[in-house]
Design a binder for this molecule. Structure first.
Ligand SMILES: Cc1cc2nc3c(=O)[nH]c(=O)nc-3n(C[C@H](O)[C@H](O)[C@H](O)COP(=O)(O)O)c2cc1C
Length: 181
């Protein structure tokens, strides 16, 4: 028996999904970090992804200034930081300091990556589309890095404990299964 879901909640059927930490930096020196689970690959050649950011947030104002951001992939070890980066705004607090995250210079963009994360995509915005309360950024990936201990044969291992967001304060981690045929 299926139950009907309110349309405003229908996106929840597409969770759990990976949550990432987006780093952005405006024209000033301040770097901000926010949690984002509305992220998807769009094309592999060229390598393009999309992220959907709330208009009331701070991060999109920084991305609009420079057209650059980094996507940082956290493990479950960063659960607390992911939660705080997703409930506090960089317009009010320096989340990088608060969360004690270490930043490392990127190679292709002027926005750093987060040392503690499992991997990073360095991205440059190609298109920006406003949809309802969100802004969809379509961006080309200029460089991709992954921790070789945890990314093997093109797959994040179980030990990586890549963090997935279910809803609210509930998260999960994936478990690999193989098709036998
Ligand atoms: C697990 C998680 C995932 C989130 N995913 C998104 C998202 O995909 N897009 C978005 O706009 N906000 C998302 N948020 C909410 C933002 O992270 C939150 O509004 C944050 O305070 C914005 O920070 P900023 O104002 O510094 O940009 C998420 C929050 C959490 C906890």
């Amino acid at each position: 028996m299926k139950k009907e879901i309110d349309l405003i909640d229908s996106y929840k059927l597409l969770h759990p999904r990976p949550v990432v930490l987006i780093c952005a930096k405006g024209k000033g020196e301040k770097v901000n970090v926010m949690s984002c689970s509305w992220i998807t690959p769009v094309s592999d050649d060229p390598p393009v992804i999309a992220i959907s950011l709330w208009k009331e947030g701070y991060t999109h104002t920084l991305i609009d200034e420079t057209g650059e951001f980094t996507v940082n992939i956290p493990s479950s070890k960063l659960l607390e930081q992911v939660w705080v980066a997703g409930v506090k705004s960089g317009s009010k607090v320096d989340k990088i300091k608060l969360l004690k995250l270490n930043l490392v210079a990127s190679d292709t963009v002027n926005v750093p990556r987060i040392e503690e994360c499992l991997g990073t995509l360095e991205c440059k915005v190609k298109n920006r589309i406003e949809i309802g309360e969100q802004i969809l950024y379509i961006a080309e990936v200029k460089k991709a890095l992954a921790d070789k201990t945890y990314f093997k044969k093109d797959i994040w291992t179980d030990e990586a404990e890549v963090l997935l967001h279910c809803a609210g304060k509930t998260f999960s981690i994936p478990k690999l299964i193989k098709n036998k045929s």
